[in-house]
Design a protein around this ligand. Structure first.
Ligand code: NAP
Length: 280
């Protein structure tokens, strides 16, 4: 697997994640997550996995979670083999009992939750809003919005008791613009950014920061239809000033930033990471 590309200013240099970790944690305590417990939903692949890996690299104990127990165990085992602290707790974010179990199992094992990343989401339909069925609408809203509402309500009170915590919600640039084919998904992602803003107002006085990330097109299975075909991939690259589709680690770096002291005065924001697509 080629190393992800990190661009700094006008100089695009190829840097491995290991190099980045050395820069961030060994030289700069602003990005240190040593001993912090981080729960990341949907972390067996794609953006969530990369967030979990980069947080673990910065010293966090990470909870690997998705609907599939076997996949969770496998990723946790791979992380432990790299020397990271990780555990697996399967959880469907659309099921309240699963979310409570995720919180309870984490607390039982590690005593607290310092960082929460609500990353798992679904988009089962592709087409105009007019053709959206009630069931599909409910599935998108229940998984992407209600699950986040449930999980944040379960975790924020215990963060408030400690007087600190960081929460990151995965929004999307689809939540910032209209779209003819993934409109309802975009509505759910706009709701997540709004939820982050509102929770930030409610919990800021308790020392908790809540932000959202709006990625552009990122190379994961979730968005495969948009980058797998070379013609569509070229179109996507051409409309992005950085002239490339994003890698999961491009989002993971931002999630680390938003979960550490480096972003201590940032809350309620939606941070766009899209290679510049939305500035055109
Ligand atoms: P991905 O590669 O498909 O990974 C999704 C992860 O979530 C997997 O671990 C999956 O594992 C898990 N998952 C799916 N449904 C779940 C559910 N109901 N409950 C619990 N876990 C679930 O997706 P991704 O591209 O990394 O997307 C992650 C986030 O980024 C999403 O919120 C998405 O909206 C956002 N985003 C992505 C892009 C992009 O271009 N990729 C752009 C903007 C925003 P299981 O299948 O085993 O459950």
């Amino acid at each position: 697997i080629p190393s992800p590309r990190w661009s700094f200013g006008s100089i695009a240099e190829s840097r491995t994640s290991e190099t980045v970790r050395e820069d961030l944690t060994m030289n700069n305590p602003l990005f240190d997550m040593t001993g912090k417990v981080a729960v990341i939903t949907g972390s067996t692949k794609g953006i969530g996995r990369s967030i979990a890996e980069e947080m673990a690299r910065c010293g966090a104990k990470v909870v690997i979670s998705s609907r599939k127990a076997e996949a969770c165990e496998q990723v946790a085992a791979e992380f432990k083999a790299q020397g990271f602290e990780a555990m697996a707790v399967p959880c469907h974010v659309g099921k309240k009992a699963d979310l409570q179990n995720l919180v309870d199992k984490t607390n039982e094992a590690w005593g607290s939750i310092d960082v929460l990343v609500c990353n798992a989401a679904t988009n089962p339909v592709y087409g105009p809003t007019e053709e959206m069925t009630d069931d599909a609408w409910d599935k998108i809203m229940d998984t992407n919005v209600k699950g986040t509402f449930w999980l944040t309500n379960m975790v924020l009170p215990q963060m408030a008791e400690k007087g600190e915590g960081a929460v990151v919600l995965l929004s999307s640039i689809a939540g910032l613009r209209g779209n003819t084919v993934i409109g309802t998904y975009g509505v759910s992602k706009a709701a997540e950014a709004a939820l982050a803003r509102n929770l930030a107002v409610e919990w800021g006085p308790k020392g908790i920061r809540i932000n959202s990330i709006a990625p552009g097109l990122i190379k994961t299975d979730f968005a495969k239809a948009l980058w797998d075909d070379p013609v569509r991939a070229k179109q996507a690259e051409d409309k992005t000033p950085l002239r490339r589709i994003g890698d999961p680690v491009d989002i993971a770096g931002l999630a680390v930033f938003l979960s550490t002291k480096a972003s201590a005065y940032i809350t309620g924001q939606v941070i766009v990471a899209d290679g510049g697509e939305t500035i055109c």
